[in-house]
Design a protein around this ligand. Structure first.
Ligand SMILES: *Cc1c(COP(=O)(O)O)cnc(C)c1O
Length: 229
């Protein structure tokens, strides 16, 4: 019951945030972050119509894709190059491309699998040292360098805002605003393997603000699933 209620409340809040900012809620995808929850909870979410899930570990993503092959599995966490093969074979979208070495490995593995892997570039807007992501000012150069890579397409940008206490999410609005500005700038440029259409930003604590600033994908875990792991 709890998961159903949480999902429907999140969807209502997504709709409200979309209409506040004159947007269509249908253009915002909810990725239910299942990294901390179990198989039963995922089954439950699926039965209530949730079909996009986010994982931050390659091997758990693979196991869950095998259990629930019809669902869409998003890789949202830091990805080691030695796990790229599993992720390329099982994920629908990699949100967390944060370095050239990783982009190259994704390209190589995708070519071997005969696919073109949809990816997002993770940008570290806040500049916090412990956060993954390319620096904002290096993003365009990164895309220029990655332009020659086959087997990989960049559909947009992802960021994580700094953690702030509940109720203080307004403090991170600038992060979402800056990522949207960068997104719009890159949109005016032309790269062989870049098509800017997705902005993955916003988590349980701050997704409404992210939507107001233009998010097309929100990644929500703890507001949907009870923590069991
Ligand atoms: C865990 C995680 C989320 C979800 O966070 P919640 O605060 O539980 O909603 C979103 N994005 C990434 C990259 C994560 O690792």
């Amino acid at each position: 019951m709890e998961i159903q209620e949480n999902l429907s409340s999140i969807k209502q809040r997504i709709s409200a945030a979309a209409s506040r900012s004159g947007r269509d809620a249908a253009e915002i995808k909810l990725v239910a972050v299942s990294k901390m929850t179990g198989i039963m909870e995922i089954s439950e979410a699926i039965s209530f119509g949730q079909h996009d899930f986010g994982e931050n570990r390659a091997l758990q993503l693979r196991t869950r894709k095998q259990l629930f092959p019809s669902e869409n599995w998003h890789m949202i966490g830091r990805l080691q190059t030695n796990k790229v093969k599993e992720v390329v074979e099982n994920a629908c979208l990699i949100h967390s491309v944060d370095r050239m070495e990783l982009a190259k490995e994704i390209s190589k593995r995708s070519l071997q699998s005969g696919i073109i892997m949809p990816c997002l570039l993770q940008v570290n807007i806040s500049g916090e040292e412990q956060k993954a992501g390319i620096k904002k000012e290096d993003t365009v150069d990164f895309l220029k360098e990655a332009e020659n890579l086959k087997g990989i397409v960049f559909y947009g940008l992802m960021t994580m805002a700094p953690e702030v206490p509940i109720g203080e999410a307004e403090k991170v609005r600038y992060v979402f605003k800056e990522l949207k500005e960068l997104f719009d700038t890159i949109k005016t440029m032309s790269f062989a393997n870049v098509m800017m259409k997705e902005l993955s930003m916003g988590m349980s604590n701050d997704f409404e603000i992210a939507i107001e600033e233009g998010a097309t994908i929100v990644r929500i875990g703890s507001a949907i699933f009870p923590k069991i792991m």
